[in-house]
Design a protein around this ligand. Structure first.
Ligand SMILES: Cc1ncc(COP(=O)(O)O)c(C=O)c1O
Length: 433
């Protein structure tokens, strides 16, 4: 099949004059894989169609929010019906109560929730809450976790023996970065050492309990349990950033999956049914510090927007149906196992990791990859070959080998079988190039 791309090229040319790099979020620019970004026009179920009329089985799924795929009728209807009554009021609305109650009634790890408009806003607000609640300033984050683009979180490990981070973006004052300690994932010794050095100063540890922004770096449960107890001993709040894992690996996200009780949880993506929503939740005692009850200020003109709340509620209701998450995990596992078996038979240094309905294509001979430093960067060239092969053969993956893929409830066994075939063909190309 020869993929047409005249329209995408034309639109990208125009966009280059309008937006930095032609995009409104950097990964969309195809910098990592090369070529012209594909301009999508519509989506239905697990398929997306671009401006040139090419159709793809979609594993990007808007980077995770679309757990039921595109244009799921219940979600679309909720958006249309609610919007037809007015897009925003700046007052409380019943839609906020509906989504808030739906979540809190079915999530054992939080008592109260505050809706915001993005994952970045959720993590930024959660950190402020932790700092306000504990009266401490420093935070710990992990190399390989992404928590959005607020100043204190765009920080990478300092060089040499420096414990404190340095900013990973221009424009972040060193004073902010200096409050963030960056540690390797899955490393209890490093964690203990940081707590020994700064025991009474650390307000919070923030972690993606299922790190899914730099490969899928599945953690040992032993490490996550140790993290929980070290935080408890030190009076430090443990923040699970579940912007990806929340409502994805189960309704109770990674907290439920591992049965670990964090102090604060952040959400985004799935919670808004494709509309811009984020949230943070915690035990009532901690949430009592949030304004107007408490003195940690946080606000938003469009927070709890009724259209977004209705979309989120429609989407999450479906997730609560019996067996929903088991079915998602089973079909994803079958898909992943099939590809792994093919690669094993061929002797390729490749493994597909997955949890629930999230997967990652790892070009490495390792049976576990738990730390960012364990990712073999050379494999990214192979990913790029695979990516373009798939693009030309009707499968859309995220345009970077560090990104995970998402299976939705709209992906049928037949879609997954077809995608598996194409991925195996693409891998053959990548490994024989
Ligand atoms: C774990 C995690 N936290 C926070 C964010 C930031 O969310 P947003 O892009 O909605 O600001 C992301 C985005 O990918 C994420 O994956």
């Amino acid at each position: 099949m020869m993929r047409k791309e005249n329209q995408s090229k034309k639109l990208f040319e125009e966009a280059l004059g309008l937006f930095p790099g032609g995009v409104n979020s950097p990964v969309r620019a195809f910098k990592s894989v090369g070529g012209t970004p594909v301009f999508m026009k519509e989506g239905d179920g697990c398929k997306v169609t671009d401006e040139d009329g090419n159709t793809y089985i979609d594993f990007c799924c808007s980077w995770g929010p679309l757990i039921h795929g595109h244009n799921r009728s219940e979600v679309t209807q909720a958006i249309v019906n609610t919007a037809s009554k007015g897009a925003s009021f700046g007052t409380p609305t019943s839609e906020e109560n509906v989504l808030g109650k739906l979540i809190l009634d079915n999530h054992r790890y939080i008592d109260k929730i505050r809706f915001v408009s993005s994952g970045t806003e959720a993590t930024m607000s959660a950190l402020r809450l932790a700092r306000g609640y504990t009266g401490r300033d420093k935070i710990i984050k992990f190399d390989g976790c992404y928590h959005g683009h607020s100043d204190g979180l765009l920080v990478k490990a300092g060089s040499g023996l420096a414990t404190f981070g340095t900013s990973s973006s221009a424009g972040v004052p060193q004073a902010y970065a200096g409050e963030t300690i960056v540690l390797p994932l899955n490393d209890e010794a490093a964690l203990k050492a940081a707590f020994e050095n700064y025991k009474d100063e650390i307000a919070a540890v923030i972690i993606e309990p299922i790190p899914a922004n730099n490969g899928l770096l599945l953690q040992d449960k032993v490490f996550l349990n140790a993290l929980r107890s070290i935080c408890t001993d030190a009076g430090t709040l443990l923040i699970f950033d579940e912007v990806i894992s929340g409502f994805r690996v189960g309704f109770e996200g990674a907290a439920g999956y591992y049965d670990i009780d964090p102090d604060i949880i952040t959400f985004g993506k799935i919670i808004g049914g494709g509309m811009p929503v984020g949230a943070y939740g915690a035990k009532a005692q901690i949430m009592a510090s949030v304004s107007p009850d408490g003195d940690v200020y946080q606000a938003g003109t469009l927070s709890g927007n009724p259209v977004a709340m209705a979309a989120g509620a429609a989407q999450l209701k479906i997730c609560l149906e019996d067996g929903f998450y088991d079915d998602m995990a089973t079909k994803t596992m079958r898909f992943v196992d099939g590809i792994n078996a093919f690669c094993e038979a061929r002797g390729y240094d490749f493994k597909m990791f997955s949890v629930g309905s999230v997967f990652w294509l790892s070009f490495s001979d390792k049976s576990h990859v738990r730390k960012a430093s364990e990712i073999q960067g050379e494999g990214m060239n192979k990913y790029n070959i695979l990516f373009h092969y798939l693009l030309n053969n009707g499968v859309y993956m995220g345009p970077s080998g560090y990104e995970v893929g998402f299976v939705s409830s709209a992906h049928t066994e037949a879609d997954l079988e077809l995608a598996k075939e194409k991925i195996c063909q693409g891998l053959e190309k990548a490994f024989t190039a």
